[in-house]
Design a protein around this ligand. Structure first.
Ligand code: ADP
Ligand code: MG
Length: 726
């Protein structure tokens, strides 16, 4: 029988990359050619439709049916001119993927004839049969009614010959069934509250919007090796695998030369991304072998998220053309770094002024310090929600693992800004001298920041000069979960800020007094979540506990923050999600956690029983035969001496086999018991506490066997092959 691992290795080695095509170079004129952006709109829309659409994008104005018909006609003409044959509403259901159901433009008109049809109503709204998407009980499957509605703020694009129209996805009763709906609601609140704060600080702004620049980390593995790893295929991570003798200890991969095959892959996905208007900018090797990163220039949050979803799709789609598989999982390989998706986030005015960037004068710097303080206060009051927002089974494996921030949410702003905030806090009880000193300091802020770009790469939420970097987001996640939470708490905090300053002024404080006193109050409260040291250290864990900060190591405990009365109230009072919607999401996330552990547990059981144990037994038999043979050819005294080691080797293998067998049986029992638990949360906790602990126990013995069994028999591609083959 042929060893499947060797077959995979042979397939990989026989590939010929010598004449791989290299025509993927996106020129400036091709940038965005597959998206219905401003240029295409101007060219294809009537002036009236164009104006309407722009107002809708910038101000959220409603588009009426007549205009929708015009836009649809233009979209159809544009899409067909680009070779599109189908259209689809493209949305983000709560599976975390994107969803699409294609319809042909071709429409029969009788007599065996057909026309190309795409009307305003098909653009604006559709009713996909949505019964199989998770809804957390909101939509019963027997009345599978949900509809998608056009989001004009994210331009339509063409993917693989299909015109994709970004949409929201809601139930007929108006409840959100996707990520985009609450995101747009939260961003809308940020806009309203942000312009109010700007106005209070003396800046008249037409709008305030949030910006996001994501950094996507991923691994690649050879597709033949991948096909020989059922665990990668079904769970996207390796459940077994002994560490490679060499992995990342020499730090020789980070920023190293990009391997040729990976480079070809990158050129192709960059080309496709640029044609879709995704402003991909940066590419480099990451810390772990075969780990890479790509990052675009930041954009408005909603668009940036659509682009990230699209980018993840492109990565998965294009990699196989280079015989590669992309792994977006947060921790595909034990003992080397996992993958995250840093979310760089800031607020901007309609004129493009970054509200988290130090300014040119005192007034702008007061605005900067005010927004900065409000962010910190929002994080301080809602750190548990931020933690909940990034909680998944796979991110649990990465957080706190020395390549990612711990599960404790803290913020880093650097020594100079800390100093500036502490000065500001002291100025809350203003004396004229203090005020004069402060004025001088505030006007110096930009210089200080430019000269002192201190960075903290261990903090989950770090200020990096003109934006915050939320570093705890997982690589496979839809950024929306993090961005809904962050923008929601920011909007809410800005509203609270406005009502508190107004209150102080009504009680007789001057505007300046009210502002400074409130900032001082906030700054003092944020001391407990501000941490400048090493967040990966044990000392920080101890100190965070003393400070009363939460450290939710696992998803079920982290998710509980979603359904506290405070969180539900927060979502409701900002019109982002109703209680029913919040609870539905909580259920979906917990259920998903359980299902992921269930699948992993099954894969571990199957692989251990069908792949590992039979091979170990086969090798053991070879050893036994060998010992028997020795006995026949050697005199007894010498044999006893010689066979000692071999017999103990045989025993050791037997013990590992035995342990694996017992643990798999016990795990299966625990799984069966857990499956009978009715309540979603109880089931998740049972999986976490009673099933998951077996994963490591079983793995320990399998990985030991990997080191003992003849390399030629071992069935699963090894870490050295998965991580270094490219
Ligand atoms: P790194 O953290 O790896 O050093 P960079 O500093 O180059 O990365 O930037 C990371 C991301 O931050 C990029 O996508 C960049 O566009 C984004 N970014 C820069 N300014 C802003 C901003 N004002 N709002 C949101 N993202 C931003
Ligand atoms: Mg970064």
């Amino acid at each position: 029988m042929e060893n499947i691992r060797f077959r995979a290795l042979t397939t990989m080695m026989n590939r010929d990359f010598s004449n791989s095509p290299n025509e993927f170079r996106c020129t400036v004129d091709k940038f965005g050619e597959m998206t219905f952006g401003l240029e295409a709109m101007k060219k294809y829309l009537t002036e009236e439709a164009y104006k309407n659409l722009i107002n809708s994008i910038e101000r959220g104005d409603k588009i009426d049916r007549r205009i929708a018909d015009q836009v649809a006609a233009s979209l159809k003409a544009w899409a067909i001119s680009k070779g599109a044959t189908h259209y689809t509403h493209w949305f983000h259901p709560l599976t975390g993927n994107t969803a699409e159901k294609h319809d042909s433009f071709i429409d029969p008109v009788g007599d065996g004839k057909a026309i190309e049809k795409f009307k305003g109503n098909e653009l604006v709204q559709q009713e996909p049969d949505a019964s199989s998407f998770p809804s957390g009980g909101i939509r019963n499957t027997f009345e599978a009614r949900g509809y998608t509605a056009w989001d004009p703020t994210s331009p339509a694009f063409i993917l693989d010959g299909t015109l994709c129209i970004p949409t929201i996805f809601v139930s007929y009763t108006g409840e959100a069934l996707d990520y985009k709906t609450p995101l747009l609601r939260a961003l809308n609140e940020v806009d309203k509250a942000g312009t109010e704060v700007c106005k209070f600080l003396g800046f008249n702004e037409s709008r305030v919007f949030a910006t996001l620049g994501w950094e996507q980390e991923y691994f690649v593995v050879d597709s033949a090796l991948y096909a020989a790893r059922p665990d990668l295929m079904l769970t996207r991570r390796t459940v077994f695998g002994h560490a490679s003798a060499k992995d990342q200890q020499l730090s020789d991969h980070y920023f190293g030369t990009i391997p040729t095959r990976v480079m070809e892959f990158m050129k192709e996905y960059e080309y496709e991304a640029h044609r879709l208007g995704i402003p991909v900018k940066t590419r480099h090797n990451e810390v772990a072998p075969n780990q890479y990163e790509l990052a675009p220039v930041f954009e408005e949050v909603n668009l940036a998220i659509d682009h990230n979803q699209l980018m993840m799709h492109l990565l998965k789609r294009i990699a196989p053309r280079h015989n590669l598989i992309v792994l977006l999982h947060e921790k595909p390989f034990a003992r080397v770094n996992g993958s995250g998706k840093h979310n760089n986030w800031s607020l901007s005015t309609g004129k493009g002024q970054n509200l988290l960037a130090p300014g040119k004068n005192e007034k702008e710097n007061i605005r900067f310090l005010t927004f900065l303080t409000i962010v910190l206060k929002a994080v301080e009051s809602n750190s548990d929600l931020l933690r909940a927002a990034i909680a998944t089974a796979s991110n649990d494996q990465r957080l706190g693992g020395h390549e990612a921030p711990p599960a404790i949410i803290s913020a880093f702003i650097g020594t100079h800004l800390s100093q500036a905030l502490d000065d500001l806090a002291r100025a809350g009880t203003v004396t004229p001298e203090l005020k004069a000193e402060l004025d001088m300091k505030i006007s110096k802020i930009p210089g200080i920041l430019l000269d002192n770009t201190d960075r903290n790469r261990t903090s989950p939420f770090a200020f990096t000069g003109n934006k915050f970097e939320f570093r705890a987001v997982g690589s496979s996640q839809n950024c929306s979960t993090a961005m809904i939470a962050l923008n929601l708490i920011m909007a809410d905090q800005m509203k609270q800020f406005m009502s508190a300053v107004t209150d102080r002024m009504q009680k007789g404080a001057s505007k300046e007094e009210a502002l400074f006193a409130l900032l001082a109050h906030y700054i003092n409260q944020t001391v407990r979540i501000r941490f400048e040291g090493n967040c990966y250290s044990e000392e920080w864990k101890a100190e965070a506990a003393l400070r009363g900060l939460s450290n939710h190591a696992s998803t079920p405990e982290a998710l509980a923050a979603y359904i506290t009365p405070e969180t539900i109230n927060l979502f409701e009072r900002n019109n982002v999600l109703s209680e029913r919607e919040v609870r539905a999401r909580y259920d979906i996330k917990l259920e998903r956690y359980t299902m992921e552990l269930q699948i992993e547990s099954r894969v571990i059981g199957d692989l251990a029983t069908n792949h590992i144990i039979p091979i170990a037994i086969r090798y053991q038999n070879t050893l036994i035969e060998n010992v028997k043979g020795l006995k026949e050819v050697i005199d007894n005294k010498t044999f006893v001496n010689l066979a000692k080691n071999q017999v103990s080797y045989i025993k050791e293998i037997s013990e590992h086999i035995n342990e694996i067998k017992i643990f798999v049986e016990d795990m299966t029992e625990e799984r069966k018991k857990a499956n009978t638990i009715e309540e979603t949360d109880g089931r998740a906790v049972a999986y976490r506490d009673l099933v998951r602990p077996y994963f490591e126990k079983i793995r320990y013995h399998v990985d030991k066997l990997e080191m003992m069994v003849d390399d030629e028999l071992w069935p699963l591609p090894k870490y050295r092959e998965l991580l270094f083959a490219h």
